[in-house]
Write a protein that binds this ligand. Structure first.
Ligand code: OOG
Length: 261
């Protein structure tokens, strides 16, 4: 870690930008040597700020787990961020675009763990530890100017661009389906906007959970029981506009929808 970087101060910069719906310059502009461990320390400090405002951690999200997303953002390795209770919106809920900076939406698959997972885990261990799998969408909202990148440390420090998420209302046991072969279609105002098969996510969405456990272990952390895990987007993200109704259908997992106003 770079001794000259004040993690708490940079977390504060990003948190104020989020709360005041302002864009800021990527942190690496002023701190070109910012490392990925520095960035996770800034992310953690930012989450502590949110907890001090009464939020509760409910899970984690993986990002940049698909080729489509890595290409869209021009970044090349998976990252994680933290989800709090205030980020969850109900299925069929409304996203207030005025409360974000420049929100985008993307199609995902989510898991909920019933048991803790730590370190290097196998696919079977993940499937044993997860009680449910869901169709899900994530609403991203970078705090950086024009949602422009920025390097990996920038996105990690900004909690992997997380903003809101929505889970489908039907949950399934993860072994009930072949999670690598589910067709996913996200429509906007009734027109298909993005589609992919679920293996676009890490080759297998379960692999996202395996990678998450490895990344957490590098920071001396575990994936707690009862966590929601977003496995990462299967496709590029769609920029939300007022009046959009976005619906994701995942074969075997059902439908989840939200509207933007
Ligand atoms: C980074 C986060 C990407 C995903 O699912 O790939 C992400 C970004 O696109 O700003 O959450």
């Amino acid at each position: 870690m770079t001794a000259t970087v004040d993690h708490e101060a940079l977390a504060h910069t990003l948190d104020s930008a989020r709360l005041e719906r302002r864009e800021v310059a990527p942190l690496t502009r002023e701190h070109p040597t910012l490392s990925v461990p520095d960035a996770y320390a800034i992310q953690e400090a930012g989450i502590r700020l949110r907890l001090s405002h009464g939020e509760r951690v409910v899970g984690l999200k993986m990002g940049l787990t698909s080729e489509a997303k890595r290409k869209q953002m021009n970044l090349d390795s998976p990252v994680y961020g933290v989800l709090t209770d205030r980020m969850q919106i109900p299925a069929d809920g409304v996203i207030q675009l005025s409360q974000g900076v420049h929100p985008k939406i993307e199609p995902e698959i989510a898991f909920r763990t019933a048991r803790e997972l730590r370190g290097t885990v196998t696919r079977d261990q993940v499937l044993d530890a997860c009680e449910s799998v869901f169709a899900a969408m994530e609403i991203l909202d970078s705090r950086y100017r024009d949602f422009k990148y920025f390097s990996l440390p920038d996105v990690v420090a900004d909690n992997a661009s997380s903003s809101l998420f929505v889970l489908g209302t039907t949950e399934h046991p993860p072994r009930a389906l072949d999670l690598t072969r589910l067709e996913m279609t996200m429509s906007v105002n009734g027109e298909p906007a993005q589609s992919a098969r679920s293996d676009a996510i890490s080759g297998d969405p379960v692999v996202s959970v395996i990678q998450l456990c490895e990344l957490l272990a590098q920071r001396g952390q575990v994936l707690p029981a009862g966590s929601i895990v977003l496995a990462g987007a299967a496709t590029a993200a769609h920029m939300l506009r007022p009046g959009d109704r976005v619906q994701l259908t995942v074969e075997g997992l059902g439908i989840v929808a939200v509207s933007a106003e």
